[in-house]
Design a protein around this ligand. Structure first.
Ligand code: G3H
Ligand code: 13P
Ligand code: ZN
Length: 307
């Protein structure tokens, strides 16, 4: 199946109150696990590649892996650049065949964020490519930017930003954060703010980053087999489900995949100290990715049988 654009995917998700999962891909096993889950659930998918993933695997390698997955797939799949740091990287991915890019100017002053987003929009739209931008700042660590505290998205600014930049979807900050340590105390999202933004931008697809739930059984499994994950905590699944009913069409998940793989590899290694064939531990890791994505599709996204 050819690479799909998010346009129809998001339009239907918005109307029916579910979200599309955007899963970060870094290697073959992750791609295969995600694709197997999507195929079994008959769910549309977004495979997203960060600048770090591109550096780790190489753009040509990662694109060839994605192409191999798409050649076998009979579900719609978007290939998206996650957290594009500048125009040049967005351009490279557009030229390389991505159907969607994110330009992340969230750390820039408002006017500069609009300017760089508009530059990407002009280039992308001429080539039929979708553009996600971000307004507001998430706490946590990403490859090119790290923020101690979050700045929630201002609803009036969100309207102005989308109009002036021309971006097709907007990532907003309402209390989620990247990584596995999202909340010190109780988990809390600013649903009032989300509802205000979505009511001021009817029909417009919003995006939630930092949306891993950090299931505690995997933290426990990793810790049982030598990990040191401390008080890792994520966004409760039912909160994400609620967000998907309030204009959030794309939910980004990376940490949960990392956690599922790592916990299972640790377990395998601990139980098979004699093993040294990478296939032996990558096989349960790939299965863990599939199970995690299937769980997300069912419990969080609500995107089963939406093809
Ligand atoms: O938001 C960041 C994603 O989890 C990607 O992480 O930059 O380490 O690949 P990465
Ligand atoms: P998590 O760290 O919560 O998985 O967020 C991933 C993300 O937002 C990728 O852009
Ligand atoms: Zn993100």
């Amino acid at each position: 199946m050819p690479i799909t654009t998010p346009k129809e995917m998001f339009a239907r998700a918005y109307k029916e109150g579910y979200a599309i999962g955007a899963f970060n891909v870094n290697n073959m096993e992750i791609i295969q696990g995600i694709m197997q889950a999507g195929a079994e659930e008959r769910s549309p998918l977004i495979l997203q590649v960060s600048a770090g993933a591109r550096k780790y695997a190489g753009q040509v390698y990662i694109m060839k892996l994605v192409e191999a997955a798409l050649a076998e797939a009979d579900i719609p799949v978007v290939v998206h650049l996650d957290h594009g740091p500048d125009f040049e990287l967005c351009k490279a991915c557009i030229d390389g065949g991505f159907s969607s890019v994110m330009i992340d100017g969230s750390h820039l002053p408002f006017e500069e964020n609009i300017a760089v987003t508009k530059q990407v929009v002009d280039y992308a739209h001429d080539r039929g490519v979708w553009v996600e931008a971000e307004l507001g700042r998430l706490a946590g660590v990403e490859e090119h930017v790290s923020s101690e505290s979050s700045i929630y998205t201002d609803p009036d600014q969100a309207v102005e930003f989308a109009q002036r930049s021309g971006c097709d979807s907007l990532a907003i900050a309402i209390g989620t954060s990247h990584g596995a340590y999202k909340f010190k105390g109780e988990a809390k999202l600013d649903f009032e703010r989300l509802d205000k933004i979505s009511s001021m931008m009817p029909g417009y697809p919003l995006v939630l980053h930092g949306a891993s739930s950090v299931p505690q059984e995997f933290v426990a499994m990793a810790n049982e087999y030598g990990g040191k994950l401390g008080d890792a905590k994520g966004v409760p699944e039912e909160m994400l489900r609620q967000a998907a009913k309030s204009g959030v069409c794309k939910i980004n998940i990376d940490s949960d995949i990392r956690l599922a793989m790592t916990a299972n590899i640790r377990k395998y290694m601990a139980e098979h100290p004699e093993a040294f064939d990478p296939r032996a531990y990558l096989k349960p890791a790939r299965q863990a990715v599939k199970d995690m994505v299937q769980r997300k599709i069912r419990n969080v996204l609500g995107s089963s049988n939406k093809i």
